[in-house]
Design a protein around this ligand. Structure first.
Ligand SMILES: NC(=O)c1ccc[n+]([C@@H]2O[C@H](COP(=O)([O-])OP(=O)(O)OC[C@H]3O[C@@H](n4cnc5c(N)ncnc54)[C@H](OP(=O)(O)O)[C@@H]3O)[C@@H](O)[C@H]2O)c1
Length: 338
């Protein structure tokens, strides 16, 4: 293994090259308990040194705070980074358990202007629809996103948590560069339809939560006991109570493989995503999230690990045995609409 720079992959058909692993920045402002701003800034810089160029945020992460936090880093490195942000999802401040999803054109236009302002940039490199509002035809949503490209506000388009049919319909309106969906040793529902569609269309897969929101690293075993009271994972079905105990037992084969490679569990989880994508064919740029420079070093090193066929076979049954759904309400996911 080496701690050197990572390789690259194209973002979309004929699109720009980005580091083959991106960085999820959500936790720096939102969802996973308190963050140390200095450590987060050091993480961003270290990631860039290691060849990470795709930085992932969304307007909803901390209600704009995450975009504002990232702005100075992006300004200092504008030509080296690919900025990905998202619209469509709002969380009411008085009820963090609720989700408001909107895909209508006037809303999108307001969102893009607000993101451009918070990020303090002239153009967003990759603009995602974060969640699908089924009351608006996808063609209409992507139609206005395509207008944003023509107007120079956005360079490339992405979709998150869409079905294969939605991806095809959207791609018919304007080329989609990236689909961002959950994909990990614990969450493989997109392999049936979305991944083959992305491969066929030349769309890059951007797996989010490739470390199973940290659970696959073994760094916490039960969210209620191990994480702070404001941590979003305490409301996720897989990480508490009986489900957490059952799921912790599923880490054993990952531990076995990790020992064989003198690697960490997280590195094996990330190496698996790359190799699973190679099995299915699409280009892949996972975006593990971390706020610590040492972890970005650990995570990028995983791109140099190759698992054997025997190891892949050992890891293969894990996802089918996971207790609990990805979210408490699966209606907002692609699997919920397939
Ligand atoms: N499109 C969507 O709907 C959607 C949904 C969720 C997430 N996302 C995006 O995807 C990104 C990644 O997903 P995620 O953050 O949910 O989950 P993840 O990448 O699977 O895991 C992140 C968690 O793992 C911990 N971690 C990272 N590297 C580690 C290591 N080497 N050893 C031990 N623990 C480690 C992090 O803690 P520390 O930060 O303390 O290191 C954090 O708690 C997010 O940042 C966000 O940008 C998108």
């Amino acid at each position: 293994m080496t701690n050197g720079r990572i390789g690259t992959a194209a973002l979309g058909d004929g699109g720009p090259q980005v580091g083959v692993q991106g960085l999820g920045c959500m936790g720096m402002s939102f969802a996973y308990g308190p963050a140390d701003a200095d450590a987060s800034r050091a993480t961003l810089e270290r990631a860039l040194e290691l060849g990470v160029t795709l930085y992932d945020t969304a307007d909803t992460y901390g209600a704009g705070d995450n975009e504002r936090f990232l702005a100075p880093f992006f300004k200092a490195h504008r030509d080296e980074v690919v900025i990905a942000t998202k619209f469509a999802l709002a969380i009411p401040p008085d009820d963090p358990t609720r989700r408001i999803i909107r895909n209508d054109p006037p809303y999108i236009r307001r969102c893009v202007e607000a993101s451009l302002k918070r990020l303090d940039v002239d153009v967003i490199d990759l603009y995602y629809m974060h969640r699908r509002d089924v009351n608006v035809p996808i063609e209409e949503t992507v139609g206005v996103m395509a207008e944003l490209v023509r107007e120079g506000k956005v360079k490339q388009l992405g979709l998150s948590e869409v079905t294969a049919d939605e991806l095809r319909a959207a791609h018919g309106v304007h080329p989609i560069a990236a689909v961002q969906s959950e994909w990990s040793l614990f969450s493989r529902d997109i392999e049936a339809k979305v991944v083959p569609a992305a491969h066929e269309l030349g769309v890059t897969l951007v797996p989010y939560s490739p470390l199973g929101r940290g659970f696959l690293t073994g760094s916490f075993a039960d969210a209620d006991q191990d994480l702070t009271s404001d941590d979003f994972r305490r409301r996720m079905p897989r990480f508490t109570g009986d489900n957490a105990a059952a799921n912790a037992a599923l880490l054993d084969p990952i531990r076995t493989v990790a020992e064989a490679h003198d690697a960490t569990l997280g590195q094996i989880a990330l190496a698996w995503v790359h190799q699973q994508a190679a099995v299915h064919g699409p280009k892949v740029v996972p975006i593990p999230g971390t706020r610590r420079p040492s972890r970005v070093e650990e995570n990028t090193t995983a791109t140099h690990i190759t698992l054997t066929e025997q190891e892949l076979t050992l890891l293969d049954p894990i996802a089918a045995r996971v207790a609990g759904p990805r979210y408490a309400d699966m209606a907002f996911t692609s699997a919920g609409r397939e």
